[in-house]
Ligand binder design. Structure first.
Ligand code: ATP
Length: 240
């Protein structure tokens, strides 16, 4: 049995009196890519923010490699090996691409390895190398998404959680970003949890997936099986 990298149990998160996450349980095993699918407003962002400490939960547990991380400071959670790549990228527009990347590594003191990791990211994302001295705000949407992922990698996480990496990107860019996400998983050994409205690409990329509706998980299973399910085809893949 492969060890659980992330174990979420019976999670409940509220905005004031409104319950946005209603008893969610899920697991990500070491080496997996796991997707959470769901329409706008299903609670995907709230779920990721609760996992990474940006929001507190009222009930439930979040275990990273067996250690409880719920309701802790997001910086502390990041230091435990979890990188959160937020929706909308949130790069620092007035800093250079290189400085954005170095900020991802600010907790680290292993100078040589940091330089090697920077080169690794430039190899995966040549556009970032070409624009290393440019202000991040001048990058295209796709390049900013690449920067957000590469900055997450620079903290050397064992688990990366990605919020809607396809958001606002053209189909060609979506394919190339997801190709790199797969390579980071296969070649760099990164375990990945991603939430997506783009069910087709999320199911193609992940090993297993969960489907969220109004704050709860309504379906889960191997991604290849979910992609063949009639409900998923009709409601998430737009096929009859
Ligand atoms: P999207 O893809 O649009 O980000 P989502 O699946 O990530 O959707 P969430 O953003 O997690 O969904 O939102 C879940 C629910 O919580 C929605 O009903 C939303 O309106 C509500 N919500 C989100 N943020 C807040 C907030 N700051 N205050 C109150 N309600 C919120």
């Amino acid at each position: 049995m492969t060890e659980a990298m992330l174990q979420v149990s019976n999670l409940e998160t509220y905005y004031g009196p409104i319950m946005a996450i209603c008893g969610v349980s899920l697991e990500v095993r070491q080496g997996e890519i796991v997707a959470v699918l769901g329409a706008n407003g299903a609670g995907k962002t709230t779920l990721l923010k609760t996992i990474s400490g940006a929001l507190n939960c009222r009930k439930g547990d979040v275990l990273l490699e067996g250690k409880a991380i719920q309701n802790r400071d997001p910086n502390w959670v990041a230091a435990q090996g979890l990188a959160h790549v937020p929706e909308g990228r949130e790069v620092f527009p007035f800093l250079s691409v290189r400085d954005n990347l170095m900020l991802g590594a600010y907790r680290r003191s292993d100078g040589d390895t940091i330089s090697a990791d920077l080169e690794t990211m430039y190899r995966y994302f040549p556009a970032l190398k070409e624009n290393a001295g440019k202000l991040a705000g001048y990058l295209s949407g796709g390049q900013q998404q690449m920067l957000a992922i590469a900055r997450g990698y620079m903290s050397r996480p064992r688990l990366m959680v990605l919020d809607e990496p396809s958001l606002g990107l053209s189909p060609v860019l979506v394919q190339s970003i997801f190709h790199i996400i797969r390579r980071l998983n296969e070649e760099e050994g990164l375990t990945i949890l991603l939430v997506e409205q783009n069910a087709a690409v999320a199911l193609e990329t992940s090993r297993r997936a969960y489907v969220m509706e109004v704050g709860g998980i309504v379906m889960d299973g191997p991604s290849a099986e979910l992609a063949r399910s009639d409900d998923i085809k009709e409601f998430y893949l737009g096929q009859k």
